[in-house]
Design a protein around this ligand. Structure first.
Ligand code: PAF
Length: 278
């Protein structure tokens, strides 16, 4: 595995790979890698001749400075984990990626006006900035993103469409711990007790599936009241949305795909998850 730290090196190696007619798969990450990330890399390895993985904690997608500061980092450990699947690891500094403060402003329509976009102002513009730059530098044939960040996936698909980017965005299923908790780099920040408690998020979402033919409001009320019963949980939102527009749905038959998305603080750690009803 080649480890490159500069944009020039990255572009150069991609140029050589592509000149040899080889396909490139990109897995963008912010490091602190877990089995969820590794599932993206394994898939990328099956589907591409060369796999590029970026490890970069992108400061411009954090609306909360404390969250940025506490975001787990372990580049050395990450490089060991990805070695079997990745050909090129890109581990730039913030100065390398942002020699000047970035000025790009993206318009994602209504997609970023709800849920994460509403609770974390500027977050998706920051995601758009880094993902667009990574796509420009790597020109991947395919790029892999986890479905845990369901809204992010919709935003990236929109970015690709709006800018005529020739990359195929590949959504990959959520990987869960044995308890059902969705894997996340943030799980590392949970105490042992909170990590066990956090498994209730998926338990409650799964239990709500038995209501999937009930009125939407009834499903929402059930999830919200069950989450609120758990000591130490603080709900940011639970929304049941159309899986394409991400706008809240009132009646199940108005959408072809419906997904419930949740953000909840477990102690000081903010976790997200989702479940498909339709
Ligand atoms: O999902 C993430 O880890 C990040 O938002 C991404 C896509 C790597 C951009 O920084």
């Amino acid at each position: 595995m080649l480890v490159v730290k500069t944009i020039e090196e990255l572009k150069d190696v991609v140029f050589r790979v592509k000149s040899n007619g080889k396909s490139v798969g990109l897995v963008p990450t912010m490091g602190a890698l877990h089995d969820g990330h590794l599932s993206l890399m394994k898939r990328a390895k099956q589907e591409n001749e060369v796999v590029v993985c970026s490890i970069f904690v992108n400061p411009v997608q954090f609306n909360n400075p404390e969250d940025l500061e506490k975001y787990p980092r372990d580049v050395e450990g990450d490089l060991k984990k990805i070695e079997p699947y990745v050909d090129v690891a890109f581990t730039p500094t913030a100065k390398e990626v942002f020699p000047e403060p970035p000025k790009e402003v993206y318009d994602f329509g209504q997609l970023d006006k709800v849920m994460e976009g509403a609770f974390r102002p500027g977050h998706f513009n920051g995601v758009g900035i880094i993902v667009k730059r990574l796509f420009d530098w790597t020109t991947p044939d395919k790029a892999y993103f986890g479905e845990k960040d369901f809204q992010q996936l919709a935003i990236i698909k929109r970015l690709v469409k709006d800018y005529g980017i020739k990359t195929q965005v590949v959504p990959c299923p959520i990987v869960r711990e044995a308890s059902g908790l969705a894997m996340s780099s943030r799980n590392q920040r949970l105490s042992v007790e909170d990590r066990m408690k956090a498994a209730n998020i998926y338990r409650i979402l799964t239990e709500s599936l038995r209501l999937k033919d009930a009125p939407i409001q009834e499903i929402k009320d059930f999830v919200i009241s069950e989450i609120n019963k758990i000591d130490g949980f603080k709900l940011d939102y639970y929304e049941i949305v159309d899986d394409t527009t991400l706008q809240p749905v009132e009646f199940a038959d108005l959408s072809t795909g419906i997904i419930g998305c949740i953000a909840v603080y477990v102690g000081e750690v903010r976790l997200i998850d989702n479940i498909r009803y339709k």
